[in-house]
Write a protein that binds this ligand. Sequence first.
Ligand code: PLP
Length: 379
Amino acid sequence: MKEIYLDAHASTPVDAKVIEAMMPYFTHCFGNGNHRHGWQSAQALETARLEVAQFIGAYPGNILFTSGATEAINIGLIGLAKLYPEKKHIITQPTEHAAVLQTMKFLEKQGYKISYLPVNAVGIIDIEVLKKTIAPNTLCVAIMLANSEIGSVQPIEAIGETCKATGTKFFCDITQGAGWYPVDVGTHNMDMAVLSAHKIYGPKGIGALYYGNGIGKLPPLFHGGGQEKGIRPGTVNIPGAVGFAMACTLMKGQRASITDHLLHLRNRLWDLLSSSLEEITVNGSMEHRHPGNLNVRIKGVSSESLIGKLQNIMLSNSSACSSGSTKPSHVLTSLQLTEVQAKECVRIGIGKYNTLEEIEFAAGQIIEAVHKLRKSTSV
Ligand code: PLP
């Protein structure tokens, strides 16, 4: 039976054009020293930096290559804290990715006060509450663009304006949104932003930190050579950077058509599921939502049993970073869902390679599995 991949928030397949662009840097231009191969690699790295920068409206000198978004988050937030030791307050929200939340926990242990802004029933913060929470000692506001589980999109324009007006740094995790949302770090007043190639049809193991000119020289998290200005020492993943750049360039050109495609498939899926299943509800905002995301609660059906029944359809019940955990998703419990309710939710991440036929087939399989599961548990 055909496999259908519906977990695009966890990772996306690598575009064939990305692989093609990367290949020469594995085979004959792999050098890393002071010779022609090394110079070619160094030049490829700078071209890649320019393309990644252009993807988010930044200057190449403000882009640092990392191993992914997690590393970029750590270098950015911990580095910022070290640069401004007098500012001991950070604002974030409880529905951020684990990479941000765990870094906050680390900083909390270092004496930082972390304010977690409440989110409403669809996972969105209130700008008025943000304004009241910013204080003279606030180091930064760390709020993501799109949520990796429920797809809710934060009002980043208003957050950026508020930060600018109060002289507070805005740190934005754009990992899930950068593919479809035209992020421009200047227009959106972002002082720092992080992204990861494998969410936009690029390779795993490469990401970037954008840091604006006003930040200063970030200290490294670990120590080594002078690569990436000494902020992220260690041999740079040049094939990865080249692939990441190609993924950004492709995404920029395809953004509008991919968004239309994702919306069409997502709406079709929701129509099919909601017209055939009783007591199914959407988590997160339908209005302010990542176009490829659907997160639904199917009352009385545990997501674990549903996923277990759908062997050939890859969907998930939380973010990949919390898989293996028996705890309910922190994002869903932040929406005031009980533990039992949170365990009845599945995340569906539609990607650019999914087809209408796949979506209709997957919907049929989900509906059938839910009917069977409900029947088997009814008394
Ligand atoms: N931030 C968000 C919103 C994510 O969805 C992810 C990955 O799931 C990350 C950060 C971590 O990215 P990486 O796996 O590249 O470190």
